[in-house]
Design a binder for this molecule. Structure first.
Ligand SMILES: [Zn+2]
Length: 430
């Protein structure tokens, strides 16, 4: 197939996922449209396709009003917060020690400084949850404030390119909360001890979502698994984060339409990397419990295809021989370099379970996370579709090499079972 066709196809897929579908947040109609589209498209290339489902929350908000001393303050509703309204005395804390001491029951609790230096992990998040976060959350629940106001700074590493960032983003945390800039927080802190009134307008509603899991080749034995998360934050088209990863999977699925043989290939559109409960990730982990040793290699794509950047790939726990095959294959991937390991995406599911992993992102990782991710700027016009085609082609080559190596190993085994001596050099290296 000629390359220009694939590049156009990449663009069509991107347009579908980022423009025709207005939002891919977990729980939304758009999220279901995206998984439907993925499932139908990949099935059309002859892949056996399943859509295991999960329950989740859809969430809507209509803003928040906060008034103190006759003055309005600018605040945004924390994602997944419950709504609520009341008039109450304002108390403020900036450290854990202050939070331990404060009387906050039925008051409005303003958090600043140290307590707001990074986004708190959702209380039921299992992959990474520092003790300090758990302690802050436990104290907040124990203190029972009527509402929480968090004044947060810039922290691209944790929250993406959003300022101010929500301190709390947790559908399992039931105290209504808002967040504001450090400047607004400093102004509000001056009114501690006074009455404030708040009206937080937000609703949670039960919803459903699913992963899409597609298979080719042998259904048992060793397999290769490829991930891209299909969900996006609300308020962003989610092109680089992570429609591009999904597009690579679709391009690859078509390239592998005729894949057969011993090496199983599993393609997964994971649904939840940008959702507080990581529901799709939890589901996939549960469905693979006790079977991780079957996975020869896990591949994840997140943040690939930024037109102003090259491609960065990174390897995790790959045995030398496998690492050699990967590096030799990716040597011919244009504009690609081997980068530093990073763990803030779905390849951590492989790494934490002892599965060798390969991750792809952009080599301008910092710029991507401070200026683009989770904002309206993350739109298809900043994507180089040819990069997506190149990554899909490289993965297709890698799978062909690994499949070839596997059948050579099997052939060698069956020859030795027959008591024959292997001819010199019959076990090719890659
Ligand atoms: Zn992502």
């Amino acid at each position: 197939m000629a390359a220009p066709n694939l590049s156009e196809k990449a663009q069509t897929y991107l347009h579908k996922l980022c423009v025709e579908i207005p939002s891919r947040r977990v729980g939304s109609a758009g999220n279901r449209a995206a998984t439907d589209f993925f499932a139908q498209t990949i099935a059309s290339f002859g892949w056996a396709t399943e859509t295991p489902g999960f329950t989740c929350i859809d969430w809507a908000e209509q803003g928040a009003d906060l008034m103190a001393d006759g003055e309005p303050f600018v605040a945004q509703v924390s994602p997944y917060s419950l709504g609520g309204q009341a008039q109450a005395v304002l108390v403020a804390c900036s450290t854990l020690a202050e939070l331990e001491q404060v009387e906050a029951e039925d008051r409005v609790l303003l958090l600043t400084g140290d307590l707001c230096k990074e986004q708190l992990m959702p209380k039921n998040f299992v992959f990474y949850n520092p003790e300090e976060h758990q302690r802050i959350i436990a104290l907040l629940e124990e203190k029972q404030p009527a509402a929480i106001v968090a004044a947060t700074g810039r922290n691209p590493e944790v929250a993406g390119a959003v300022y101010p960032f929500p301190l709390i983003e947790d559908g399992d945390f039931d105290i209504p909360s808002v967040f504001m800039t450090e400047e607004e927080g400093a102004r509000l802190a001056g009114l501690a001890g006074r009455e404030v009134s708040f009206d937080i307008r937000a609703q949670r509603s039960p919803a459903i979502g699913c992963n899409v899991v597609a298979h080719k080749g042998a259904q048992s034995g060793r397999r290769l698994v490829l991930f891209a998360h299909i969900d996006a934050k609300e308020g962003t088209p989610g092109a680089i984060d992570n429609a591009t990863g999904v597009v690579i999977l679709l391009l690859l699925a078509e390239m592998l339409a005729d894949h057969r043989g011993e090496l199983g290939v599993e393609i997964v559109a994971l649904n939840g990397e940008d959702y507080y409960a990581a529901s799709g990730e939890m589901l996939w982990l549960g469905q693979n419990a006790g079977r991780f040793q079957e996975i020869m290699l896990g591949v994840n794509m997140d943040g690939v295809g930024y037109a102003d950047a090259g491609i960065a790939y990174s390897l995790y726990e790959c045995p030398d021989e496998l690492a050699g095959v990967i590096r030799r294959t990716l040597a011919s991937l244009p504009a690609a370099t081997e980068g530093e390991p990073w763990y803030q995406s779905d390849h951590s599911l492989f790494v934490f379970n002892g599965v060798p992993a390969l991750a792809f992102t952009s080599d301008q990782f910092a710029a991507l996370w401070t200026e683009i991710a989770h904002t309206p700027n993350d739109a298809p016009d900043i994507v180089d579709p040819q990069q997506l085609v190149n990554v899909a082609q490289a993965l297709s080559d890698l799978i062909a090499r690994l499949a070839e190596r596997m059948s050579e190993e099997t052939a060698a085994k069956s020859m030795s079972w027959q008591g024959e001596t292997l001819p010199e050099g019959s076990r090719g290296t890659m």
